[in-house]
Ligand binder design. Structure first.
Ligand SMILES: NC(=O)c1ccc[n+]([C@@H]2O[C@H](COP(=O)([O-])OP(=O)(O)OC[C@H]3O[C@@H](n4cnc5c(N)ncnc54)[C@H](OP(=O)(O)O)[C@@H]3O)[C@@H](O)[C@H]2O)c1
Length: 388
């Protein structure tokens, strides 16, 4: 009898003990479901391409200028050469008449909206701002009333989104500097992104110093042609990696040794390096380790992985995981268009230590062809767009 009572009292207590666990499980399942639905919805929103649609009507009363635009994400086929409103400088801005612009892989990332994460900034479905281009060189046409360092007629160069256009406005404290006196507009337009990337990769991340053995992988492209010259100007011994057709070019830029990647795998060689600037990420980080001195630095600039989602993150993630466990350092950089670095590069040009290599030039109306050519991944130096 006592046993029966104890059993009767015990059962309700068991039911009560199980209830909070079940409730917690239901809440957790609900949260997980909401999270999964959220991630799936975000993934759909991020990868969705809104159709291009018709050209928007001209803005009433606005002065028009020509510009390269894209109203949807896609290949160079979606690019249009259109009339858009000519910008007016704000109080702290400079209005620049663009004479030349250059294209970078960054431009086709914006054109295609890939990797999709970029669309969180550039716009979901379609670009929030249809303009393209960053690097420019031109003449100051007008300045806002707070601008003190520039006046109409000054020749300037730098980087500003929307540079593939007749005009661009740039804040006085942003990426703009006097054009090197010995440079043409085409040469000055070739500088901003590629040369600043090479400079910050070698100097700021790579801590380059004289006498070091420096390897530039992808030595014949936009970043690489600046990288070879800059590494030499820092007093390093430079090895450049490129394909057969570019060997003479890379040697002429000052490389002490040139390796043809179609004939030789650089990571199987006996030479050891203090600094690697990697523009193409064609080998695993473990392969690079084999040819790095114990305190060497590896700087990832770009990769040939053009995946739409997270493929591009794989190498930086590896670098982040490996670095704490080795005496060598692995890292990557995102170039920052700084005014003082533009000035440094301008003075290197003026002293004859840096000369942009220009592969091809296109007219503004043919900028889509410039991007098609660049996207093939075998430009020799920079691809420039000229603007009347
Ligand atoms: N992290 C940043 O802030 C930043 C800034 C600028 C650029 N980037 C990235 O850096 C990368 C390079 O930019 P870029 O402007 O120099 O591009 P680019 O002008 O298109 O140059 C690409 C170069 O890669 C070379 N190449 C192709 N396959 C190769 C291989 N297997 N081994 C060695 N070299 C090879 C090509 O030379 P051959 O014709 O001889 O094959 C070509 O000269 C891009 O991925 C870009 O997105 C990153």
């Amino acid at each position: 009898m006592r046993y029966t009572r104890a059993k009767v009292e015990f059962q309700p207590r068991l039911r009560n003990a199980g209830e909070p666990v079940r409730r917690r499980y239901r809440i957790l399942s609900g949260i997980l479901l909401v999270l999964v639905l959220g991630v799936v919805s975000l993934a759909i929103a991020m990868s969705h391409n809104t159709p291009c649609g018709p050209t928007p009507p001209p803005t009433a009363g606005a002065t028009a200028m020509k510009a390269i635009v894209h109203h949807c994400y896609g290949s160079a086929d979606v690019i249009r050469y259109e009339d858009v409103p000519k910008p007016a400088p704000a109080d702290d801005e400079i209005l620049v008449k663009v004479h030349a612009a250059s294209v970078n892989p960054l431009d086709w990332h914006y054109l295609e909206g890939t990797p999709y994460m970029l669309r969180l900034d550039a716009g979901l479905g379609a670009p929030a701002d249809p303009r393209l281009g960053v690097d420019f060189s031109g003449t100051v046409e007008a300045v806002g009333k707070k601008v003190t360092r520039y006046k109409p007629g000054d020749e300037v160069f730098g980087g500003k989104f929307g540079a593939l256009a007749d005009y661009v406005t740039v804040r006085e404290d942003r990426a703009i500097a006097p054009k090197p006196t010995n440079a043409t507009h085409q040469q000055a337009a070739a500088i901003a992104i590629a040369a600043i990337t090479a400079l910050q990769g070698l100097r700021d991340k790579g801590h380059i110093h004289p006498g070091q053995q420096v390897l530039i992988n992808g030595a014949s492209g936009g970043v690489g042609t600046f990288g070879v010259q800059l590494a030499k100007s820092f007093g390093a011994t430079v090895t450049g990696v490129c394909s057969t057709k570019n060997i003479e070019l890379v040697r002429a830029l000052g490389a002490d040794r040139v390796v043809d990647y179609t004939q030789e795998d650089i990571t199987r060689g006996t030479q050891r390096y203090d600094l690697i600037l990697d523009n193409v990420a064609t080998h695993s980080l473990f392969d690079y380790r084999r040819i790095m001195n114990p305190d060497a630095v590896y700087v990832l600039i770009g990769s040939s992985d053009h995946g739409h989602w997270f493929g591009w993150l794989w190498k930086p993630l590896q670098a982040w995981v490996i670095s704490p466990f080795t005496s060598q350092k692995f890292g990557m950089i995102f170039a920052d268009l700084r005014q003082e670095d533009l000035a440094t590069l301008a003075s290197l040009m003026e002293s004859g230590k840096l000369t942009p290599v220009i592969d091809r030039t296109y007219e503004l109306k043919d900028a889509a062809d410039a991007l098609r050519y660049l996207e093939k991944g075998h430009a020799r130096g920079k691809v420039v767009v000229t603007i009347d």
